[in-house]
Write a protein that binds this ligand. Structure first.
Ligand code: AP5
Ligand code: MG
Ligand code: ZN
Length: 215
């Protein structure tokens, strides 16, 4: 299965991709996670990207296209993948199309997870991320079983992402509406678009996602 997950910041792309990855045994490829790893490793690229991310803006296309080109060339992507947070501009979508054509790995679907803006803001202002394994929680909607401790790996470093301040969240939303939401029509035009509501429990949305892609 070769999928793209589209959706605004906080729509649940990461949450759903992680579940699908475990069930289907195909990698989640998140440009946001890759950029955050580069920041953690303090690479030159990471430090340059951080300025855009903290401002709620997109990192330049050539940077993320380069990351994806390398990542899709790795062996584990041969059996399928879930792209989470890429593509985010028409230029990225065009570059992905060319790359997948060369690799002879056509997309199966682009799923748009649809959630209204106010719900997105409330999800992101409550999000906690495990600094060790990347697992995601929500202070109210999806708390860890034991307060402050990751269910998955036991780490007690549950942090608020640097870009999850309300002001930055609003900027990320504006960036999404401006630059990324046109991809909904883009993939509709290619006959690949599936729309699902992203409101409901995490399990319900996973069920909708599986039905939408015939998994
Ligand atoms: P990225 O990391 O991709 O962030 P994003 O798109 O803003 O999305 P999020 O990761 O915030 O949300 P999500 O949809 O994964 O939701 P989640 O599952 O966590 O990108 C960050 C930045 O990197 C960008 O701003 C940009 O600067 C840069 N970047 C990345 N890719 C790029 C690209 N291709 N081009 C250029 N720049 C790029 O869920 C959110 C919260 O809600 C969690 O707390 C979760 O527990 C909770 N939740 C999940 N599902 C539900 C539910 N059903 N009900 C209630 N709560 C729920
Ligand atoms: Mg995410
Ligand atoms: Zn963890």
């Amino acid at each position: 299965m070769r999928l793209i997950l589209l959706g605004g910041p906080g729509a649940g792309k990461g949450t759903q991709a992680k579940i699908l990855t475990e069930k289907e045994g195909i990698p989640q490829i998140s440009t946001g996670d890759m950029l955050r790893s580069a920041i953690k490793a303090q690479t030159e690229m990471g430090l340059a990207a951080k300025k855009f991310m903290d401002a709620g803006q997109l990192v330049p296309d050539e940077v993320v296209i380069g990351l994806i080109r390398d990542r899709l060339g790795e062996d584990d992507a041969k059996g399928g993948f879930i792209l989470d947070g890429f593509p985010r501009t028409t230029a990225q979508a065009d570059a992905l199309g060319e790359l997948l054509e060369k690799l002879e790995m056509p997309l199966d679907a682009a799923v748009s997870i649809e959630v209204d803006d106010e719900e997105l803001v409330s999800r992101l202002t409550g999000r906690l991320t495990c600094a060790n394994c990347g697992a995601m929680y929500h202070k109210v909607n999806n708390p860890p079983k034991l307060a402050g401790v990751c269910d998955k790996c036991g780490s007690n470093e549950l942090i608020v992402r640097d870009d999850d301040k309300e002001e930055t969240i609003r900027k990320r939303l504006a960036t999404y509406h401006d630059q990324t939401s046109p991809l909904i029509d883009y993939y509709d035009g290619k006959g690949l678009l599936k729309r699902i509501s992203g409101i409901g429990t995490i399990d319900e949305i996973q069920q909708r996602l599986r039905e939408a892609v015939g998994a």
